[in-house]
Design a protein around this ligand. Structure first.
Ligand code: UD1
Length: 427
């Protein structure tokens, strides 16, 4: 297995291009199941999770063609065509590797009248149930059966009637599944307390481009007027706000100045607000953001929350940054119950962090030092890279498959701004 070796202490300076958003891509791809016509996505990041999803689409008989890509470019253009679906089953083998596979349930049910998806297993960042996905589909008229580790959703003859669902907890994935089912329902559906993350807006925009009628886009109350059929579309995936935020933390912890080309400031207001509180300058313009940290880092009190609050996907990276702040910070994780697994690893690098339940107390230290570390999830792994960039000596990060799931050519992007980082193969 590959590992990353980072020799810390280099000030990052230059420009990093921001890739297409992984979490948006993972909900845009299954939209191909909603139409017989080709759907083309531009700016798809080249990531293990996206490859996994292409594979899953192939399982349903969807043709997937990748157009003219040069190895030096970031992103790619992919066309999906689901003119005929040969299967409505998402098997365990594919789903267990990628939780987001559950996002085929809604669109496949709406298009084919039934869908069978293996239950996603437990996940490193908490229990992560799918009850709300299922309840929303039931509210739209589906019958749900659970057997032998699979969820089977069946629509009545003549298709899903549509209906209303009020989410008791804000869920990104369940909102996405519900939206993708409602657009092909016979009637009008309403979602209350829906997630309003920018990735949900991206999904709505693609669905509208495909001919769907959705009111309230960007708000927590959505009205969806079902259509008989949807057409194909060509659509550009939004920039990855979490990738951009991660590199902003990397720049800041090295006292550097980095331009994040293509970042959309409007989607990352909470992250940028947190960075400014920590003493990092963030300049926003129409084409990106520039992050500069030339003074001391200040401690901050941060709490994660559904959008427009601070993204839970930024918690680990901001925590790494706060390890070098002058004073004591308090972080509260309100979305997932077990998302502090980077804490012991950061501790091995000299960080001073204690946790109690969902609260973490981070007391800044003068020096972090290099160590051999590994993490159990994607953003946790990134926090170790960030700490490694500022640490004295050499840090080795193992289990790179986590990073490869969500950061397009991470080491190349960091090399672009002067980091001393290399990927070393095991053989
Ligand atoms: C998505 C993102 C993930 C991000 C998370 C929160 C993708 C592929 N993943 O995950 O990176 O960290 O949003 O912003 O887009 N819940 C239930 N029942 C359900 C579903 C969720 O109780 O049926 C709970 C979860 O346990 C969690 C909370 O709702 O406490 C939010 O989870 P959710 O927004 O659904 O996260 P995901 O869509 O899985």
């Amino acid at each position: 297995m590959d590992k990353l070796v980072i020799r810390g202490g280099k000030r990052l300076e230059g420009t990093i291009p921001v890739s297409g958003a992984k979490n948006a891509a993972l909900t845009l791809i299954p939209c191909a199941l909603l139409t017989e016509e080709p759907m083309t996505l531009r700016n798809l990041p080249r990531l293990a999770d996206i490859d996994g999803f292409q594979h899953l689409m192939g399982q349903f008989g969807v043709s997937v063609s990748i157009q003219g890509q040069r190895s030096e470019d970031f992103g790619r253009v992919v066309t999906y065509e689901a003119s005929r679906m040969t299967s409505t089953v998402a098997p365990y083998d594919l789903v267990r590797k990628m939780r987001a596979s559950i996002l085929v349930l809604g669109p496949m049910l709406a298009r084919a009248g039934e869908a069978t998806v293996s239950m996603p297993g437990g996940c490193a960042i908490g229990n992560r149930p799918i009850d709300l996905h299922l309840k929303a589909l039931e509210a739209f008229g589906a019958t749900i059966e659970l057997a032998q580790g699979y969820v089977r959703a069946i629509a009545p003859d003549g298709g899903l009637p549509g209906g209303e669902f009020d989410f008791p907890v804000v869920s990104v994935g369940a909102t996405e599944n519900a939206l993708m089912a409602a657009v092909l329902a016979n009637g009008t559906s309403r979602l209350f307390n829906a997630a309003r993350e920018p990735e949900i807006v991206d999904l709505c925009n693609l669905l509208v481009a495909m001919g769907a009628e959705i009111e309230g886009i960007g708000t927590s109350d959505l009205i969806i007027h079902g259509a008989k059929r949807l057409n194909g579309a060509t659509y550009k995936v939004m920039p990855d706000r979490i990738e951009a935020g991660s590199y902003a933390c990397a720049a800041a912890i090295t006292g550097g100045e980095v331009r994040l080309e293509g970042a959309k400031a409007g989607d990352m207001a909470a992250t940028n607000h947190a960075l400014r509180n920590i003493g990092v300058e963030v300049e926003e313009d129409a084409k990106g953001i520039t992050v500069r940290a030339d003074g001391p880092l200040r401690p901050a009190n941060l709490t994660t929350a559904p959008y427009p609050g601070l993204a839970t996907d930024m918690q680990a990276q901001l925590m790494a940054l706060l390890c070098k702040a002058q004073g004591t910070s308090v972080l509260k994780e309100t979305i997932f119950e077990n998302r502090y697994m980077h804490v012991p690893e950061l501790g091995r690098m000299g960080a001073n962090i204690t946790t109690e339940g969902r609260t973490a107390i981070v007391t800044g230290v003068d020096e972090l030092h290099g160590a051999e570390v590994m993490a159990t999830d994607l953003r946790a792994s990134m926090s170790l890279v960030i700490a490694g960039l500022a640490a004295e000596g050499e840090t080795t990060v193992r289990r790179l498959y986590h990073l490869d799931r969500g950061y397009e050519r991470l080491e190349e992007k960091l090399q672009l701004v002067g980091a001393d980082i290399e990927r070393i193969g095991d053989g």
